[in-house]
Design a protein around this ligand. Sequence first.
Ligand code: ZN
Length: 354
Amino acid sequence: MAEIDVFDGHNDAVQFMGEYTSAGRDFLVRSESGHLDLPRAREGGMAGGLFALHAGPERQPENDLIINENGYEVIYAEAVDPAYARRQIEAQRLALESLIRRSAGQMRLAIDVEEIRAARADGAFAVVLHMEGAEALDGGFDYLHRLYAAGLRSLGPVWSRPNIFGYGVPFAYPKSPDTGPGLTEIGKELVRTCNRLGIMIDLAHLNERGFWDVAALSDAPLVATHACAHAICPSTRNLTDRQLDAIRDTDGVIGFNLSVNDIRADGDLNEDTPLDLVVRHIEYLVNRVGEDRVALGSDLDGAVIPRGIKDASGLPHLFEAMRKRGFDGQSLSKFAFDNWLRVFELTWKNSRSS
Ligand code: ZN
């Protein structure tokens, strides 16, 4: 039995749920494919996490990965039609709701910190709704209010593509995250509206100017749900030291992304990434922002993760590797659970936890 309870900052499991896609898996049954289902979550100590709703492209782009001498570049993804995005987001949200109903109490939708704590105490798995890329919203934000009422507590204004709110960061290595313009006026309005509602704003996938636009506007701690350090792995998805300092200075949090190509100094998409190297990356972040501000943002079912972890059931291997390098029980529980709850408490100011 795992001894470290985990609340995770990011997964893409909804994309693979049987309730959402006919080719999907049953989340309540242990599978060997993908990374996350309820049995494997339990084996790994996961007591809950942020579940991403995310609209994919209308057509999968072909040959969008360009490998060059030093690394790679992915051709910037096209904008997605808002009506198309909304149909997907709504289908994913309803899929998750019906899974939770079918789980007969094993899973719960949580909308505040109290509910996450209660789920943990009762041995239930807490699902917190996140939306990765806000294409499904229209300018009037009516749908945002409806999503909030349906439990949405976290939102990334952009994924790695442009939309009416701003410009997501294209995937590339090695390259600066300063890849284009920041938030649009309506993007700034979205930040203010999220602040008012108490929806957490996720800076993962924003380019650097967008990051600073949010930093200048937002009254909440700065949060990136799944990212790593640009100083170690200079991919555009990672945060520069200055960005990390801004997270530290606002008492925010960075969810450490298990994506090997964002962890490794060489940016290689290589599963054979030793856990010792993974932990050294986490140590860099802890030294930069403090142990209260680094959490887990696994990107399970959305990334290639180290073979030594393999899937949700393997998370204790990561904690064991951290223990070996000197993380004590308290530091581990901050990383694995407590830091997310601290930031939720500061951010979800209008929900019942306040
Ligand atoms: Zn992502």
